[in-house]
Design a protein around this ligand. Sequence first.
Ligand code: SF4
Length: 212
Amino acid sequence: MGCGCNKGKSTGGSKRANSNLKQNESTPKIQNEPSFPTIPQLSTPVSRPVTEDSEEPESQKGKVSFGDKVKNFGKAVVSRATQGKADDKLVKLRVLSCHGDDEVVSCPYRKPSNVREGFFYCDACGCGDKPRAFLNNPDNPDAYTKLHYPWVSCPVRMPGFGDYKPYAEETPEDIEKYKEGMERKKLVEIVLKERGEEIPPAYSPTKNGDSE
Ligand code: SF4
């Protein structure tokens, strides 16, 4: 399944995406010199997002609750069953949200897999370092990754995801909970605006919207 990073393809766009992923994997993030606002590199290690629940087990801190994880996974499965696959434009937005590109640093919650070299997973969604939750597949450009579900959730509600929420509408509590990710979202929105790319609003996992 293609991860949207297009690693392995021969087109110019895929070469750039491939290069971006390689850069994210093996070298420090290097800020380019773009002509519009850029995302500052994170120079310090990113801590797992803070949660308000002091009773939450240490291993689950900063992750989506089990109930929400089940609910979101169900929505993603329903969307796949009814619609198949997200369109390329949406996947491209999600790739930017998770992996970044030449100008946008990768998401602080995107982590390299410990079981598959070259693969990445989201450490905030609670799905874990598992094949079905990988955000890319460098071995198979046609693979169906987490970013290919027609509807899929993002803990930071980043552009391209089914539960996208503009930074301006986030509550102070949610901004604090995912601080680094939220600050990055604010800047990603600025970059997309400068690029003239529209961000689709949040939407239902089904075409007729009857499952929300
Ligand atoms: S928090 Fe959202 S943007 Fe970041 S890695 Fe997870 S799914 Fe991707």
